[in-house]
Design a protein around this ligand. Structure first.
Ligand SMILES: Cc1cc2nc3c(=O)[nH]c(=O)nc-3n(C[C@H](O)[C@H](O)[C@H](O)COP(=O)(O)OP(=O)(O)OC[C@H]3O[C@@H](n4cnc5c(N)ncnc54)[C@H](O)[C@@H]3O)c2cc1C
Length: 146
């Protein structure tokens, strides 16, 4: 880090907006609801959001109807994805040598097969929990759920 000539540094922030569309403009992915890398679900939310947005627009005659349905379906997934325990950023970015040692120790413990299963259940989001609508394709074939 000290020797790099292109070192980049930025804070981690979540994007929380009251609404994701205005008129004919709509936001998706990080632009609408960035959950930060700590959430571990930003890519899933971005892809699922694009799928739902396209599907709902294809069903609606008016974009505002499609945007409202997209927001109704996506809000609960996004809120769950953004619900990172407040302690996590501090735990994952320790500010002292002791903190770094504790993080490494904790990761070593979590990596043990016995603990790993329980830790995964606690911290990793299960994308299979998302129940997504199925949308017909423009060719008339039913699309499969991602
Ligand atoms: C360090 C890091 C680690 C991460 N780890 C994970 C992880 O493990 N798991 C996970 O699920 N998610 C992770 N994420 C989050 C994930 O990368 C994002 O949530 C996801 O990429 C969001 O997709 P997006 O399409 O909304 O935005 P982006 O992937 O950011 O895509 C936006 C695109 O728009 C382009 N763009 C910007 N402005 C303009 C413009 N004016 N004109 C044209 N193009 C423009 C950008 O170049 C970019 O290609 C991580 C993110 C970071 C930064």
């Amino acid at each position: 880090m000290e020797n790099a000539d292109d070192f980049y540094f930025e804070v981690l922030r979540q994007v929380r907006m009251d609404r994701w569309s205005a008129g004919r403009v709509v936001l998706a992915g990080d632009a609408a609801w960035c959950a930060t890398p700590i959430s571990g679900i930003g890519t899933t939310l971005a892809i699922v959001g694009a799928y739902v947005l396209a599907g709902e627009l294809s069903k609606s005659t008016d974009p505002s109807e499609g945007f409202a349905a997209y927001e109704r379906i996506m809000r609960p997934f996004v809120e769950e994805g953004q619900s990172v325990p407040k302690i996590m950023p501090r735990l994952l970015n320790p500010h002292s040598r002791i903190g770094v040692a504790m993080l490494r120790g904790a990761l070593r413990v979590i990596d043990q097969p016995v603990v790993k299963g329980a830790a995964m259940k606690l911290f990793v989001r299960d994308s299979q929990k998302l129940e997504l609508p199925e949308y017909g394709s423009p060719t008339g074939k039913t699309s499969s759920t991602p």
